[in-house]
Design a binder for this molecule. Sequence first.
Ligand SMILES: Cc1cc2nc3c(=O)[nH]c(=O)nc-3n(C[C@H](O)[C@H](O)[C@H](O)COP(=O)(O)OP(=O)(O)OC[C@H]3O[C@@H](n4cnc5c(N)ncnc54)[C@H](O)[C@@H]3O)c2cc1C
Length: 421
Amino acid sequence: MGDVSTTFDVLIIGAGPSGASAAVHAARAGLQTLLIDASVFPRDKTCGDGLTPRAIHQLDLLGVGDQVTSSYSNKGLKLHGFGGSVEAPWPDTYVTNRGSAMARSAFDDLLFRLAQSYAEVTTWENASAENAVLDGNDLKAVVVNHGGVEKTVSAKFVIVADGVRSPFGKKLGRVWHRNEVYGIAARAYCETPLSDEPWIHSHVELRDEEGTVQPGYGWIFPLGNGSVNVGCGALSTDKRPAKINTKKLLSFYASQRRQAWQLGPEHDVASALLPMGGAVSNVAGKNWMLIGDAAACVNPLNGEGIDYGLETAAMAVETITANQKRDLTLVWPHVLRDAYGETFMLARTAARLLTYPQFLPLAGPLAFRGPLQKAIMPAAARLMGNLITEEDRDILAQAWGAAGSAISWARKGSPLWDSTL
Ligand SMILES: Cc1cc2nc3c(=O)[nH]c(=O)nc-3n(C[C@H](O)[C@H](O)[C@H](O)COP(=O)(O)OP(=O)(O)OC[C@H]3O[C@@H](n4cnc5c(N)ncnc54)[C@H](O)[C@@H]3O)c2cc1C
């Protein structure tokens, strides 16, 4: 054990959007909180930087929505491919119809500083959670390397928000199921005079240099600061791995968009993997829980996770405050399944379909140009934007034919935050 010992109500490991917002919620609930991160802020994070109205709503609740949207805001998504285009404004039926995009170095710094502004929150940067002191699934203490000094921290509850690879989550038994659909994606920044364009753009006909359609999409997200985030992502499973080099594909995709968007050269190119749709197990123990990317809370159809990170942060603090004396091992997976189980299963089933090489070349032209276009595409665009309405649910369920039975089929063998401890 380390030479310094400290005790808090809540220890939060990872200060990305999930961890930083969890710290704000914990502080507001009056909990003495320690928020630690292995990096020093501001730091970059490989991302598309897109913020749907769902994310903006959470930012409004945190009190920083206007600060984000005042630098840039967008009104919806334009989806392109297979000879067609469809425009899907963010729905008026949702609590807000403001969307945005902000480079993660600035966005994460803003949330980290917000957390720091609360007297209840202590922050440690350059502080990596290295070891778990466990008694069964009760996390008694966490050994942290803080700038070279080993410190032992105990807390009544530990929220693990350590991102997609979840190194600390792994020490607690987190298992990622790679046989489920996951994403591989790359992003870059390009300068452009068109960075105030008020729509985000996605291209679902994503072809490689040989002309083969890949199971994924390319995006251009304007940032309102003289640049855009340009990227592409593809879906993969162990059985049908996407055979692509994402950085090469990104460069080819950017070259196709260059003229229309007057793009400068790509810079800060980076790629990453994305576990999705809750395809991890062991997300909670007696006094700890995984949130955000660590819990694979990423939409399998569009790769978005900031909104889920912010939402799961709020839900985690609510769960802690409502269950001060109860074991979280079963409670937390239940909360996640209740909130996202159906949507993630449906999206995972649809995403799995996309990984069949025959599917997109057949379905794409039908959806964009055929008789289904009017009915399905605006709903599909909202699905890509993470904002399906009740009406969309029906349309999409019909479009997928027996979606209900597809979901129950998918549910049978599919892990969804299950606990095997
Ligand atoms: C290419 C790409 C494009 C994407 N585009 C979008 C998009 O446009 N919109 C969207 O909503 N989502 C997008 N996502 C997903 C989004 O990036 C994630 O869902 C989001 O970052 C999750 O936030 P988080 O706080 O859970 O994790 P992170 O943002 O990854 O934060 C985790 C933090 O934990 C810290 N950490 C890790 N290990 C330790 C440790 N042992 N001790 C202490 N600290 C530790 C890290 O330093 C990091 O700061 C994209 C992802 C990729 C890869």
